[in-house]
Design a protein. Sequence first.
Length: 500
Amino acid sequence: MIVKDEEKHLARCLSSVKDVADEIVIVDTGSNDKTLEIAGSFGAKIFHFDWVNDFSAARNFALSRCTCDWILYLDADEELNPGCIKEVNKYKTHTPVGIYCTVKSLGSSSVNGSVMKYPRLFSNTPGVVFNGKVHEQIIDSLKKNKISLIDSEIEIIHHGYVLDEDGMREKKERNLSLLLSIDNNKASAYDKLKLIQTLISLEKYDQAETRLNKLIKNKILSGDNLSLAYYYMASVKFEMNDLSSALDYGLKANRTLKDKPELNYLIYLIYLRMNKVEEAKKYLLASIKTNKELLNNISSFKNENILDQTELYLRAIDLNIKLNNGNDACRMIEELSGLLSIEKEIDSKNIFSMFENLFLKFSLSYSDADLLGKLICSSHLSIVMDIVKSCNDNLALQEIINLMLQFFPHSALLYRNLALLFVNSNNEKAIEIFNKSLEIESDPSAYIHLIAIYISKNDYKKVIELFNNLQNRYSKNIQIKQKIDILREKLNSILTVSAL
């Protein structure tokens, strides 16, 4: 491990490996808290390394101090799943290999969780070293040294993304600074693509596009790296709402990366925004299939994000209902029920019945709502509401949403959807509920709906106040900025009078 000021996480991490590690090697890069005291309490061998803005340099120093036959490397904000200790131990007598482990990153209110597979356990072989100033990796060195790679059921839980929005941005900005410090002439294709990926994650689409254009036009990349660049360009163009270009680059990438779930999912989103629903369905089903193969360890992809399979099924159910394809919707509900039955250890028949009632009959009892609360997380509520909104009975929708709020009481999205049901019948009630949603979470749609309500009430002072709030919060978001610009034109007379 390499650490710095990790007193918050370190005890949890080391507790998870104390029964499997024959030695614990800790390299500290300048801690000022109780990190070293905690490491010492676990009998760790502690070394010091002057930080040189290079994760691989620190990691390789740690590697050089390891004396055992096998290396398991972790970050302080990770832990080994306790159910995996026996499997780690069984490899101690195995011939030298690199072993793919599943790294499960827990999500937060601002960041979706993810799952990746990567060789975190490998034989301590001379010549095997980490590469990469940031996002250091061992896989290329394992391959170069002709060390074979095998799958395993070992799981590592990553807590690092359980941060607020500011914390996540700070972490990404740190990575960006390190990536930008790499001499462009010495930067590998991996470094250049990681830099672009980081720019995209920070919504710096113009900068990402400029670098991608240079890589693609100058023919710097080839093979999978070129296809990955096409994928990133498709992502950038999609965020810029240039759907034609996004689709063109997405389909180019798909020629060689057709088994990449994220790419199939992106093409689905592009087609969906273009209102080409049948084409969208094709790529959503491809994403479901390839993601399932990753989950079941039968995919050729390893170092790859695994998508939320529950959300994929929910989206497929929604799409089939919109296409009036009841049979396919039922099949997706059945597959989703089977998946959740295994994950939650609940009878799949009960799950299927609940989803069938909710999605096809638009009916939700208290017990069904209780079951729904046990099966899905708050991040799934958006697509669940998209499905349920196919119901044309406002009273039934009100009953469903009010029941769901008992089990998801902090869902601003549910409150927004409930408010919409009162817009045409009870403005004051709608305003009250929209404001309650904004107390939980800022959302542009809530501002826009409130503006419309206050226009109908001729309360232009409130309209201007809400518009200014909307503009101040979201003017840097490309897609929302387009809506703000259109709204400004419509409100021109009101805003002009105010300015005068």
